[in-house]
Design a protein around this ligand. Sequence first.
Ligand code: AMP
Length: 195
Amino acid sequence: MDLEDSPTPDPSRQREGSSANGDLKALIRTIPDFPKPGIQFRDITTLLLDPHGLATCIERMVAAAQGPVDLVAGIEARGFLFAAALAVPLKAGVLLIRKDGKLPGVTIAEDYALEYGQDRIAIHADAFAPGAIVLLIDDLIATGGTARAAVRLLHKAGAVVKEAQFLVDLPDLGGADLLRSDGIRVNALVSFPGH
Ligand code: AMP
């Protein structure tokens, strides 16, 4: 749906990640066959370059956030951008979920499977006290491997994770549904059916 089709988006539909955010979807560029043949890369850098689009995206993510939040956790690297922008209006801190080996202090880590091989993400072990309410953010959810590992890591450190937000969902890859089956409320502003 284009912006013209939806001049006054219904906020409840935005929360469900429906086509109400066609204005934002139009700012995301698709690059075929990157990083390898067959992948439709959803490039959000074009949205980030647009001042109105970026502000609108953050406003809608903030509006969709529910309940008090102690920390907004962003997944390296694009998740950091959204985490910091949401944390300020939500009056929360920012927690960096980094690739293993990047954080200087004592860390807790979690492994997750990639298509070929494994990866590992980490947080500082002393980043928060058990019981902290953490909102998880990334730019995009595909298979959900990264986000689910982040939730496991946050749980291991004692966080309460009720909600995860993404700018983009690739619903056919099933990650958002898996995250929901883990008991997390999932909000994505834009959905790209297909791979
Ligand atoms: P996944 O763990 O499969 O949910 O993948 C999520 C991570 O991979 C996110 O950090 C995305 O930035 C990146 N990613 C996966 N698929 C795509 C895609 N088609 N376009 C852009 N980024 C992607």
